[in-house]
Design a binder for this molecule. Sequence first.
Ligand code: NAP
Length: 523
Amino acid sequence: MISGKNIIACEQSANGSNTYRTFDPLLNMDNEWQFIEATDSEIDLAVEKAVQAFETYSKKSGSERGVFLNQIADEIEALGDELIAAYCKETGLAEGRAKNERGRTVGQLRMFAKLVVEGSWVQATIDNGQPERQPMAKPDLRKMLFPIGPIVVFGASNFPLAYSTAGGDTASALASGCPVIVKSHPMHAGTGELVASAIVKAVSKTGMPKGVFSNLNSTGHEVGQKLVEHPKVKGVGFTGSIKGGRALYDIAAKRDEPIPVFAEMGSINPVVFLPRALAEKKKEWAKTYAGSITLGTGQFCTNPGLMLALASDDLDEFIALLSKEILDIAPMCMLNPGIKNNYATNKGKMMQQQGLTVVADYSQEVKTNFAQQAVTKVSGAEFLENSTLHQEVFGPFSMIVACKDVHELTLVISTLEGQLTGTVVSVQNEIKDYEKVVTALQSRVGRLIFNGVPTGVQVCAAMMHGGPYPASTDNRFTAVGIHSINRWVRPVSFQDWPNELLPNELKKENPLGIKRNVDGNWM
Ligand code: NAP
């Protein structure tokens, strides 16, 4: 049942007087639940409890943490239809999407459970000592990764389950041994509270310290900002707008002790259509891309917001086909009125830019909170001159840039801000003639896609979900997949340390039987 209360160290708490409700965008009305915003003292308490819990939780074995993560997954599944109903009421998204996202969320938790039970993720590295070495003895050195401390996770509006309360950031931080304080997203606070209640049950059933998890409600920026400013918080995970992510990054950088903010922000995900692919397969690609641009009402960080090609008759025909396909798709509801209004404003601003042609704009009347999809076109020269054209329009919107030659195409790609993905659409061998284009693209993105669409992010070890700024604040790390755990850890070396006092991962006898690097060899 949704109470509207905060959860601090697994206990309900509601000391504040600021209240708010979530919104059903399909019915265009407030939902029945009322949420109570966390107070300053509740924020402090959540952090203090997390600090206390860190002492014991960080020392739990991988097997114990694995049991805990698997239990969270089981408890989320046990929430059943109540969770799906709340998700749909707070997002306007369909039941099928809710169930898919729940599957992804529990799958991520179980993936991290497997990782920490197996144990090699700590990257145990051993250089045995050589006391007899001349002219100086070599000390014995042993290094592995350790959790950094309490982590604040900001729930994302567009993924209430997979990137929110028990989403990838929380799962990876808990797996690493860090306690988590979630700053619940105000537009799906009910979904968040239900998932938080599942974590609370898992904490109790597996005997974890209660301070390992808190879930704080907020309706303005203050709660999130205070959490990031708190001197005992050691890291932040965020998914959302560039404005929000950058504001939090700047706060963290100005602290006496700066901390890392791993923010995954805006991306327009350029797609390069090579000439022969357009000549031979324009119909298929037009249909595929109309689907990708409008998938989830365009509310994905991997939405293809920019399509690049050489100007030609084939490109004009592709544009005509894409326009028809996209206007045939029924408009859909956006997550909340704020996102819908942002979409309308940003789309309107974009369409007023000089030199831009609107090639498709759904002009029939739509229900409140539904988005009217659109595709526009500019020349390469106009795109290079006007940086407003580079900005993300979050929603079912895309822009085609027609370049006069390969040199201009390469220049356009090189001047792009950092992106999560870059796609090349090619007939099989055509791509080999565009080496410079591909090199330019690789320098701007975290994931390269061949003959596909950027929407759809696989959760697996080889996934890179991050890219040069502003796609993310630190492009050395992924926000998806097992390696996202590396955001919450730091290496520590032990020099000539007594064997019995070393962590099990580093002991001479390797009691956990994990894969380690010993004197330069993987064992
Ligand atoms: P958002 O405005 O960035 O908010 C995300 C979270 O950050 C919220 O919990 C919000 O808290 C907090 N926040 C935002 N600005 C903050 C600030 N200056 N200080 C402290 N906390 C701050 O994103 P959103 O609400 O999810 O959606 C708004 C827009 O973000 C969308 O229209 C879209 O343009 C963009 N967006 C992009 C992506 C992407 O993947 N590229 C994903 C989602 C959203 P409060 O609301 O409680 O203040």
